[in-house]
Write a protein that binds this ligand. Structure first.
Ligand code: MN
Length: 295
């Protein structure tokens, strides 16, 4: 059993959450595989949900909560990682089948692999028609780390191996092996220096052949650590607040976002900013998606 005190429904303090036919279904996933202090990332989903109680419903443009927000119980993150990823995939698949939008709250970045698995299960004729757009300071393109192919540094390599077209945004700390893989596989990207330097890019055009349907995976370290400091691998020079929202809005204008995740939020005990900002980010992305649903 889990406690509602630690996992309150998103925006529980406000009105039309938890209603039937909610557009957004939130899955809290408290995964932290590390045995060291980095395992604190498993408290991220709870921090985001608790902080969401302080949100006001207007996001600056609309009231995303009017589309309905359902918060599911947290995924059981005990056992083998393959089993955990299957549990996540089952939940996400169920949401796709109801034609709703899954919102995964991590937890470490590895949880996205569960969503990728669910997307693959939806594909009938073998042609992958969903691309994955990643906002992240890192490549996460390693084959394995510390003996595991399911480390958070490997999550996008698994996506590539599954056959997904991917697009990387905000990168600024990559290994030479990851740079080689980008070249080898022709992986498109816009790194932070190009996106965030100077006056800052506000709109993004993905590769011409990128699929119309996209899944968005947001590692909060893709944003500048002045925006969300509470994360395990903070890296200077990231995306700023309105830049992040503008870039995502520009994606929503051209592509259909079928689901998204916010991962790697790891606020320390005295950190009052990171959980709240991740909740605000989650909520404002719901707003962006809701406003572009009918187009
Ligand atoms: Mn990452």
């Amino acid at each position: 059993m889990y406690s509602l005190k630690n996992y309150p429904p998103f925006l529980a303090s406000e009105f039309p959450t938890e209603r039937e036919n909610s557009l957004f279904h939130i899955i809290p996933i408290p995964l932290g595989q590390s045995k060291g202090p980095e395992k604190e990332v498993r408290k991220g989903p709870s921090a985001i949900l608790k902080a969401s109680r302080k949100l006001e419903v207007f996001d600056g443009k609309s009231i995303p909560a009017e589309t309905g927000i359902l918060t599911l119980p947290p995924v059981n993150c005990r056992g083998r990682i393959e089993e955990i990823l299957n549990r996540i995939a089952d939940q996400v698949e169920d949401i796709f089948q109801q034609e709703r939008i899954p919102v995964l709250l991590g937890g470490e970045h590895t949880i996205s692999n569960g969503a990728f698995l669910a997307i693959l299960r939806q594909i009938e004729d073998g042609a992958v028609n969903v691309g994955i757009v990643q906002i992240d300071a890192h490549g996460d393109l390693k084959e394995s780390e510390e003996g595991s192919i399911y480390s958070n540094s490997c999550v996008m390599k698994r996506a590539v191996d599954m056959g997904f077209p991917i697009y990387q945004m905000g990168g600024r700390s990559l290994s030479s092996g990851e740079i080689d893989l980008r070249k080898e596989r022709n992986i498109p990207y816009r790194d932070a220096r190009e996106l965030c330097g100077g006056s800052g890019v506000k709109e993004i055009t993905l590769s011409p052949d990128f699929p119309d349907y996209i899944y968005l995976t947001i590692d909060v370290d893709g944003l500048d650590p002045s925006i969300i400091p509470g994360t395990n691998r903070p890296e200077p020079g990231g995306l700023h607040w309105y830049q992040t929202l503008n870039l995502i809005e520009s994606l929503a204008e051209r592509y259909r976002i079928i689901g998204f995740d916010i991962v790697e939020t790891a606020p320390g005990k005295k950190d009052k900013i990171s959980g709240y900002t991740a909740a605000r980010l989650t909520y404002n992305i719901m707003g962006i998606i809701a406003r572009h649903m009918d187009e």
